[in-house]
Design a protein around this ligand. Structure first.
Ligand SMILES: [Ca+2]
Ligand SMILES: [Ca+2]
Ligand SMILES: [Ca+2]
Length: 490
C-alpha cells in the first residue's frame, strides 16, 4: 500500500512529528535494478602499502609530487607519487589517538579517530593544514557504549607545517590551534570530511550523532538530530577558520543560510544527513557532492546546495524511512516530498528467488564518496563521479569500486585482472593532477572487522590507471605530468 503525501502535509508533519505518521510495510528490495559492470575499464596500480587504516588521501596545493594519507590511528604520511619510482612514504605527522583507545566491541571496529585532512589554499605561503579528529570529551575516553553521553568530541585543529612544499615538510605538533569542537553523542556516525571550497571557506561534514535511526540517547526528539537546526549533528558546516589567527575558533560567514534563523546554528550549510562520511568539490564546476551512508537499505549521493534539507531520517535515498513503525529501521513505499532527493542511489539487497525474510545478498553496506574525475590519464572517465562501497558485507573485505555513468546510473568498474576489488574501501583519494586512488584494507572476518587492529597492516593505496589496452596506448605506467595548471580540485 502506498500512502501519498503531498508536500504541504509533509511540511506539517515535519513541524510536529512525522514519526507519528503510520507508514506502510517494509519494501524488501527497494531498487530492483542490480548494479552491473559498466563500459569503463581501468587498471589499478599499488602505490603504497603497509597501512593499518588509511581513511583519507589528499594533496597540498601546487604539490604534484606527493599524496598525503591520513590513517584513523592519527598518522599522516607523505607519499611520493611523481614518477614510476614513487611510493616512498615518509611520516608527515603522528597526531596519535590523543586519549582515545580505538577499537570497539572486541572486534577492533571503530568510527572514531582521524578522518579529515585539508590543506589551506595558501598552504605554500602560510603552511597551514587542518585535521578532523575524535578526542576525549571532558577527559573521558569513551567506551563505544551509551553509558557516557557524549562519547567523545570531534575536533577540527589548525596546524602549522615546517618547510611546506619541501621534502622535509612536517607538522609542528606544538602549533595546534583548536578551530571547532563538536560533542558527539555516540561512537559512530562522525562524518569527518574537511574540504576548502572554491569560496575559500572550510566545509565540515558531521554525522547524526550515532546509534541507529537517528534515535536514542543524545538524539533530538521527535525528528532526530539531522532535522534539528539547533545542533551540528547530521549537517554540512561552512566556516571561516580565520587562518593563522592567534585566537581559537572560527567565524561564521554572513551569507550562511541560517544565520538569521532563531534557534538555528549559523555554521550549518545543509542538513538532513545520516553519516556524510565523504564529500568533495568538483574541481571544474565547484559543485559540492556528498555521499551519505544509509541505515539498512539505501546509499545515496547528493548534490548539495546552500540551505538544502537532504531528508534523513524522514527519508533514506528517495524512499520514506520508518523510525518507529512496522518497518522500523527500513524504507517503505510511501511517497514523501519536500526534501532534496539524491542525484543517485543504490540499495543493499540483491534478492534470491522467492525471498523470505531478510535479504541475504548485499550490493554494498556503506557508500564511500569520491570525486568527479578531472584527471587526464583515463580519457573515458572524464566528468564522471567515481566512488566506492565499503564492502558487500561487514564481515568480509569485499569492497566495490563504482562510478556514475552519464545517466547517473551506478556502475561497477571493470578492473584489469580482477573479478572483485579484494579489499574493503575506506576512501577515494585525489592528487594534484586530479588522478584518483582507492584506499582500503583486507583481512576482515566475522569475528574481527579489524579496521583499527594494529596487527593488520594490509592497508594499501591503489591508483586508478588506464586499462591495459585502452585508447591511450601507453600501458599502465603513470601518465606524464600535465602541462596545464588544473582548475582545482579544491
Ligand atoms: Ca536491490
Ligand atoms: Ca537523503
Ligand atoms: Ca527505530
Amino acid at each position: 500500500m502506498t500512502h501519498k503525501l503531498n508536500s504541504t502535509l509533509a511540511f506539517c508533519l515535519l513541524s510536529a512529528s512525522f514519526s507519528a505518521y503510520a507508514l506502510g510495510p517494509r519494501v524488501p528490495d527497494p531498487i530492483p535494478t542490480v548494479i552491473t559492470k559498466g563500459i569503463v575499464p581501468i587498471g589499478l596500480k599499488t602505490v603504497a602499502k603497509g597501512f593499518v587504516a588509511p581513511v583519507t588521501a589528499t594533496f597540498a596545493p601546487n604539490d604534484r609530487n606527493h599524496l598525503f594519507v591520513a590513517e584513523q590511528n592519527g598518522k599522516i604520511w607523505s607519499i611520493q607519487v611523481s614518477d614510476d619510482q614513487g611510493g616512498a612514504k615518509r611520516l608527515f605527522a603522528n597526531l596519535g589517538g590523543l586519549g582515545l583507545n580505538l577499537g570497539c566491541f572486541g572486534i577492533n571496529y571503530d568510527e572514531r579517530g582521524l578522518f579529515g585532512l585539508a590543506f589551506h589554499p595558501n598552504y605554500r605561503r602560510n603552511g597551514l593544514v587542518y585535521t578532523y579528529q575524535s578526542r576525549p570529551h571532558a577527559g573521558s575516553a569513551g567506551d563505544c557504549s551509551v553509558s557516557g553521553i557524549p562519547d567523545h568530541d570531534n575536533v577540527v585543529t589548525e596546524w602549522k607545517v615546517k618547510k611546506p612544499g619541501s621534502n622535509k615538510a612536517k607538522i609542528d605538533l606544538s602549533s595546534g590551534r583548536e578551530v571547532l569542537r563538536e560533542a558527539h553523542p555516540q561512537f559512530n556516525h562522525n562524518g569527518g570530511e574537511l574540504r576548502f571550497g572554491p569560496d575559500g571557506m572550510l566545509y565540515i561534514s558531521i554525522g547524526d550523532g550515532g546509534n541507529a535511526d537517528d534515535q536514542g540517547p543524545g538524539h533530538s526528539l521527535p525528528n532526530g538530530n539531522a532535522q534539528d537546526l539547533s545542533n551540528l549533528n547530521g549537517k554540512i558546516l561552512r566556516v571561516d577558520p580565520m587562518p593563522g589567527s592567534g585566537l581559537p575558533g572560527y567565524r561564521i560567514p554572513g551569507d550562511n543560510p541560517f544565520v538569521n534563523t532563531a534557534g538555528a546554528r549559523g555554521e550549518i550549510w545543509a542538513y538532513g544527513f545520516r553519516n556524510p562520511y565523504k564529500m568533495s568539490f568538483d574541481g571544474s564546476t565547484g559543485k559540492l557532492y556528498v555521499a551519505d551512508v544509509g541505515q539498512n537499505d539505501v546509499e545515496e549521493i547528493d548534490s548539495v546546495e546552500r540551505g538544502g534539507n537532504y531528508g534523513w531520517p524522514v527519508k533514506e535515498g528517495t524512499f520514506a524511512f520508518d523510525q518507529n513503525g512496522t518497518a522500523d529501521g527500513f524504507v517503505t513505499a510511501d511517497v514523501i516530498s519536500g526534501f532534496v532527493d539524491p542525484i543517485a542511489e543504490h540499495d543493499h539487497c540483491i534478492p534470491p528467488a522467492n525471498l523470505v525474510g531478510p535479504c541475504p545478498q548485499k550490493e554494498g553496506v556503506a557508500i564511500v564518496g569520491g570525486f568527479v574525475y578531472r584527471g587526464k590519464a583515463i580519457k573515458n572517465l572524464r566528468g564522471l563521479y567515481v566512488f566506492g562501497n565499503y564492502s558487500t558485507d561487514f564481515s568480509t573485505s569485499d569492497g566495490r569500486l563504482l562510478y556514475l555513468d552519464n545517466q547517473n546510473q551506478v556502475k561497477e568498474f571493470r578492473i584489469d585482472g580482477k573479478a572483485r576489488l579484494g579489499m574493503s574501501v575506506l576512501d577515494i583519494g585525489q592528487d594534484a593532477r586530479g588522478e584518483l586512488y582507492v584506499l582500503g584494507k583486507s583481512g576482515a572476518t566475522a569475528s574481527n572487522i579489524g579496521i583499527t587492529d594494529p596487527r593488520n597492516k594490509s592497508g594499501a593505496i591503489r591508483k586508478l590507471v588506464p586499462h591495459k589496452s585502452s585508447e591511450s596506448g601507453k600501458g599502465t605506467a603513470n601518465p606524464k605530468p600535465m602541462n596545464t595548471t588544473p582548475t582545482g580540485p579544491y
